[in-house]
Structure formats: structure tokens, C-alpha cells
Design a binder for this molecule. Structure first.
Ligand code: MG
Ligand code: MG
Length: 629
């Protein structure tokens, strides 16, 4: 399999695209004709430039409106094709894509179309060119790969073959297993794209909303399994038209593409163990067993404020690192680290983002296998100088610039707390009853949300929940949760559309830091709030109107409602159970804590309450003049 991508999938100039595609790890590139035309250099230059980057041009596309035309259109179509063949010779590419005609004069007729292709095959053969026919989902007469295959079969020419594109097959809900009966050697090229399941005109959906395999709702894996079963072993290429990606960076779009393609082919390899695929054998998706630690970069007054906030929610400083300026705060199973070091990664994270979460430690079954999978998927490994008594805990750079460390028990990495840290004298301060991290809320620009969900789903055994819209008084925030099936690790992604939203403001003020809040679980939230109040915790005050409305939305016991109101606890429920939340006031550049009590069956994150929480945070900020949040 040659991992490939079309130039149209990546934003930027042709040079940007080629550079980013090569750097991401692809081996093949499809030249989209518009990208060539827009480039100020000869096709020969482009071909040389691509090969200088270590890439092979695997396809030239598209050639439109060829088959089934009446004269004089037919004659012109052949003349156009010959000019494209000349151009392909200069570029140095052997395969061309012809997509099914949408020409208003196209007559159809399967034998007429087959005859056109047979004649074209005779022109292509002496030049060593192969022509592939693709059924567009909105083609005038051919819009199903089975019909395109019938045209190719009847053309019966060695230089005429079929091109498959997962979007056209799956968006039309055509069973991909119908591909299994096509001979692999007659499939000349395979393009992949996913898409969200939105009821929409297919042409519009295709041109604006395609996304990387795994980012949408189509069964691209099922499609690729069928392709693999035919014996096809040529290029597998991403052809993505997406408005969000057009504004992104060439590098991150290309990296996402590579990540999605490697994860997909690994899924295909696992699902079809009897098919010999020439793809690397990756370790499986890691099962995350829990959050081992969250590390905050902070210094000076910021670090003091952070630590007093930890103390106010019942954490105790339990240990210090033997060689770094790093303190462990613990409660229940939760470990929060405050890193005041200047020289290491936390030092540069603080310099860039201010007080922020710079590192997340995840407990997995096999830390080295997890890191190896991440590297296969195109992540960058991370190492910094360590002293002889520090453990080699594998780490990668996550998205948004922070680190992710992987720890496991079998390799002894979870013993880091005893090996690298010295216990501090126990303090008599109180415990708040917080047990574990319920979820970590990451904030990013809306454009980056797909990258984040892909990152998590490709590396870990996690699943997305549907996206929800959260109304901020100053704009819209999209929110999407990703979680392990057992809830051991839950992440909520909040995509900000404007800088005026709370989330957008946080991004601007923290220069792109990503963890905006951390939610801790407890077993009895009213008891917890009482305990924390005694420790000096100040909850985010909610409006009286919120509780009046709660009384009309849910059948709540008036005594319970009164207690929720007094404690500023928010409430939600779904078919699976109840959910209680209380928020801290914001600190640093707009981070905050959340404390939740969750019935095991409740699957959400209190999204219906989010608009009121955001309004309350903004109200508080305006009143008190504390850092904008
Ligand atoms: Mg296509
Ligand atoms: Mg939350």
C-alpha cells in the first residue's frame, strides 16, 4: 500500500502542500489539476519538485465530462484527453482519473461509454498511460461504482480500469461489499474520504464537508476491507474537500491525514487477518485505565495561588520531587502536580501560556506500546534530560503543545511516586471527598476540533459522543465529549468560534493553552461543598432564576432543590441517572475546577447547564475585575 493524499486535501500553495505532505510521511501524491494551473512553473518543474521531496505522483485528476457524448462534443473530448496525456508526460505520472460525466449532452448508454473508453485506451497505451473511471455520486448516468465497473469491464482494455472513492459509494449508501466481486487488477486507484451524516445534497456535502477517515460517520473501514479483499495493493489516497481544513495549517492537515490513514489501515489489517497487507503492524489502541496525574506549570505568585486553590478543594501536598521543583498534591486517586522549574518543559510552558496544564499522565496497560503506536501515527516523541534516578517514562507531544506521559504497572512506571519523590509530613488539613478525575475539558479553535477527536480516537480505545452547541452570551461554542467505554478517561473538547466567547477568550489569554477546566468526581456533592466551604472554597454563584427554572424542568424534591440552591450546585438528568455539578471561580487566565457527582448511568456532562455556567462566570468576572474569563 502506498500511503497517498491529493493536493486538494491540504491548504496552502502547491509548494506548501508538497512540503507538508512529504513531512507527514506520505509516499504518494495526487496532483489536482487546479493546483497545477495555479502554480507558476512548468509541469516538468512540478514533477521534479515532487520527486525531490521523495514523493511519487500517483495520479493526475480530474478529467471531466468525457464519456457518452454526441459529436462534435465527443471529438473535442478526445482532443482534450490527448492534451492532458501530453501534460502527464511532462509531469511524470502514468494514471489519470476520469470522473463520470455531468455534461448536459451526455447520452449515457453503457456500450457507447464502454466504446469511448476502449478507444481512449488505445490512445493511452502507447504512452504508457492508464485511465481510471470513477462514478461520481451525482454523475448524470453513472453514479454507482457497479455501473462504472460494468463500463470498464465492457471496454475490455488493459489500460482502462476502475477508480473507487469511499465517499461516492458510502454517501449513496451502496453496500461496500459489492466491491469484493471486482478483480483487484482492474482497480487502478482508491480514494478515501469520510463525511458526517448530514442530510444534504451530495455534491455540496462532498465539496465542503468531506473529512479524514474516522472523523465522520461513514464506514470507511468496511469499504477498505472490501477493497483489500479484491487483492488491490496500489495507492490508497485521501481526497478531502473541507472548508474547515482550507483555513488550517498545511502541516497539521497533512499530519491528521497521515494519522487517519495509518489508523484505518491498521483497523483493516486487524479486521481481515487472512489478507496479506503491506502495512506496518501497530500495537493496538491503548486502553486508558485512568489519569495518573495532571501537571501544572506555574511559578511565583501564580503557583502560590494555584496551591491555595488546591488546598481549598481538599488537596494536600504529599510529596516533592527529589531533583525538580515539583510538588504532588493528592486527594482520593487524584494527583495534581505543580511544577515551578525553570529549566524543563514546564518552564517553557509557563513562559508561553502562564499558569496552565502542561502535562497529562495516563495510566495504560503497556506504556511503551502506547507510545510506539503514537509514533507510528505521526506523533512526536518527547524526551528531556533526566537524572540517573528518574524513570524512563515514555512521552509524546499532544496537540496544543502539551505533553502526554504514559505509565504502566508491569514496567514499574507507576512506582514513580516512590522512586522519584520524597514524602512530605502529613498536614492536619481536611479532605473534600474528591475521588478521581471525572473529565478534562480542553479548549481549542473550532477549526481544530476534528484534529483533537481524531488524535484521541486513533491512539486510544475511545468513542465520540454527538457534538452539542453551547450558547455563550457572546457567541457559540461547540462541545464534543470523547470517552473510554468505562469512563476511566473522559475528555470534553470545546471549540470556540470567536474570541469573545468564554472559551475563545481563554485561548487568547493563555496563548493557546488547552485545558480550561478539570472536573473532579465525588460521591456526595452536598457533603463535599459543606466540607470545602469550611476550607475556604468559594463556589461560582448561580442565579436565582436558574433554580426557579430547575423546579419547572425536573421533578425535584423541594428540600433537595433548596439545598442545591444554597450550595450553588447545578443539576441535570438523563434516562440513565442524575448529575450534579458545582464550579470554582476562575483563576489564572480563566481556568476553573468543576466538582461533579454522577450516577453511573448518566452519560453526559451537564451541557444544558453550560450556558448558565458561562453567564455566571462572565458576570463574576465583570463584577470583580478578576482576570477575564
Ligand atoms: Mg474522488
Ligand atoms: Mg465540564
Amino acid at each position: 500500500m502506498i500511503p497517498s493524499i491529493a493536493t486538494v486535501s491540504v491548504p496552502g500553495t502547491l509548494l506548501d502542500k508538497i512540503g507538508a505532505i512529504a513531512k507527514a510521511g506520505f509516499k504518494g501524491i495526487e496532483i489536482f489539476e487546479q493546483d497545477l494551473i495555479a502554480y507558476d512553473g512548468s509541469p516538468r518543474d512540478v514533477g521534479a519538485m515532487v520527486r525531490d521531496h521523495g514523493l511519487e505522483i500517483v495520479l493526475f485528476q480530474p478529467f471531466r465530462d468525457f464519456e457518452g457524448l454526441p459529436e462534435p462534443h465527443r471529438h473535442r473530448a478526445f482532443a482534450r484527453a490527448e492534451r492532458k496525456f501530453d501534460l502527464m508526460g511532462e509531469l511524470g505520472v502514468a494514471d489519470v482519473l476520469i470522473c463520470s460525466s455531468v455534461h448536459p449532452q451526455a447520452m449515457g448508454g453503457i456500450d457507447r461509454m464502454a466504446a469511448d473508453f476502449a478507444e481512449l485506451g488505445a490512445l493511452a497505451a502507447p504512452r504508457g498511460i492508464r485511465v481510471g473511471f470513477e462514478a461520481l455520486a451525482w454523475g448524470r448516468h453513472v453514479f454507482d461504482h457497479r455501473d462504472a465497473w460494468e463500463v470498464v469491464r465492457r471496454a475490455d482494455h488493459p489500460n482502462i480500469g476502475l477508480i473507487l472513492d469511499s465517499f461516492h459509494t458510502l454517501a449513496r449508501k451502496i453496500d461496500p461489499d459489492t466491491i469484493r466481486r471486482i478483480p483487484g487488477e482492474k482497480i487502478f486507484f482508491v480514494q478515501l474520504a469520510d463525511a458526517p451524516s448530514i442530510e444534504m445534497d451530495l455534491l455540496y456535502l462532498s465539496r465542503h464537508f468531506r473529512n479524514m477517515p474516522g472523523e465522520g460517520d461513514l464506514d470507511v473501514t468496511g469499504f477498505m476491507r472490501a477493497v483489500a479483499a479484491t487483492g488491490y495493493r496500489g495507492p490508497v489516497s485521501l481526497e478531502i474537500f473541507n472548508d474547515q481544513f482550507r483555513g488550517g495549517s498545511p502541516r497539521s492537515v497533512a499530519q491528521d491525514g497521515y494519522r487517519s490513514l495509518v489508523a484505518l489501515m491498521d483497523d483493516v489489517r486487524r479486521a481481515e487477518p487472512d489478507i496479506a497487507l503491506s502495512v506496518p503492524a501497530l500495537p493496538p489502541r491503548a486502553q486508558v485505565r485512568g489519569v495518573e496525574f495532571l501537571e501544572f506549570a506555574a511559578r511565583g505568585a501564580d503557583a502560590d495561588a494555584l496551591e491555595s486553590l488546591f488546598a481549598s478543594v481538599g488537596f494536600q501536598a504529599v510529596a516533592r520531587h527529589r531533583s525538580r521543583d515539583l510538588t504532588v498534591w493528592k486527594q482520593g486517586e487524584i494527583r495534581l502536580l505543580v511544577n515551578r522549574s525553570r529549566g524543563d518543559f514546564a518552564g517553557s510552558a509557563y513562559a508561553t501560556h502562564g499558569a496552565s496544564v502542561c502535562d497529562i499522565g495516563l495510566r495504560v496497560d503497556d506504556a511503551n506500546a502506547c507510545a510506539a503506536r503514537a509514533l507510528h501515527l505521526g506523533s512526536t516523541g518527547f524526551e528531556q534530560p533526566r537524572s540517573a534516578d528518574e524513570l524512563p517514562i515514555p512521552a509524546i507531544r499532544g496537540l496544543g503543545g502539551s505533553l502526554i506521559h504514559f505509565l504502566d504497572q508491569p514496567s514499574g512506571l507507576t512506582s514513580v511516586w516512590d522512586v522519584e519523590f520524597g514524602a512530605l509530613a502529613a498536614q492536619p488539613s481536611g479532605d473534600g471527598g474528591l475521588t478521581r478525575i471525572d473529565h478534562v475539558a480542553q479548549t481549542m479553535g473550532y477549526d481544530a476540533m476534528l484534529s483533537w477527536s481524531l488524535f484521541h480516537e486513533a491512539l486510544f480505545a475511545m468513542q465520540r459522543m454527538p457534538m452539542v452547541d453551547v450558547i455563550d452570551p457572546d457567541g457559540l461554542v461547540r462541545s464534543q465529549a470523547i470517552a473510554t467505554p468505562d469512563g476511566a478517561f473522559r475528555v470534553t473538547l470545546n471549540g470556540a468560534e470567536t474570541h469573545r466567547t468564554l472559551a475563545g477568550n481563554f485561548l487568547a489569554d493563555s496563548f493557546g493553552a488547552s485545558v480550561q477546566h478539570v472536573a473532579f468526581a465525588c460521591d456526595d456533592i452536598l457533603d463535599t461543598v459543606e466540607r470545602l466551604t469550611a476550607l475556604g472554597f468559594q463556589p461560582l454563584p448561580m442565579s436565582a432564576n436558574y433554580y426557579d427554572d430547575l423546579a419547572t424542568r425536573f421533578d425535584l424534591d423541594p428540600a433537595l432543590l433548596a439545598r442545591l440552591r444554597a450550595a450553588n450546585v447545578l443539576y441535570d438528568e438523563d434516562a440513565g441517572g442524575r448529575f450534579f455539578q458545582v464550579y470554582s471561580r476562575p483563576f489564572a487566565s480563566g481556568m476553573f475546577f468543576e466538582i461533579v457527582q454522577r450516577d453511573p448511568g448518566y452519560k453526559g456532562y451537564g451541557a444544558p447547564n453550560a450556558p448558565y455556567r458561562i453567564a455566571a462566570l462572565k458576570r463574576l468576572t465583570r463584577q470583580s475585575g478578576i482576570p477575564r474569563a
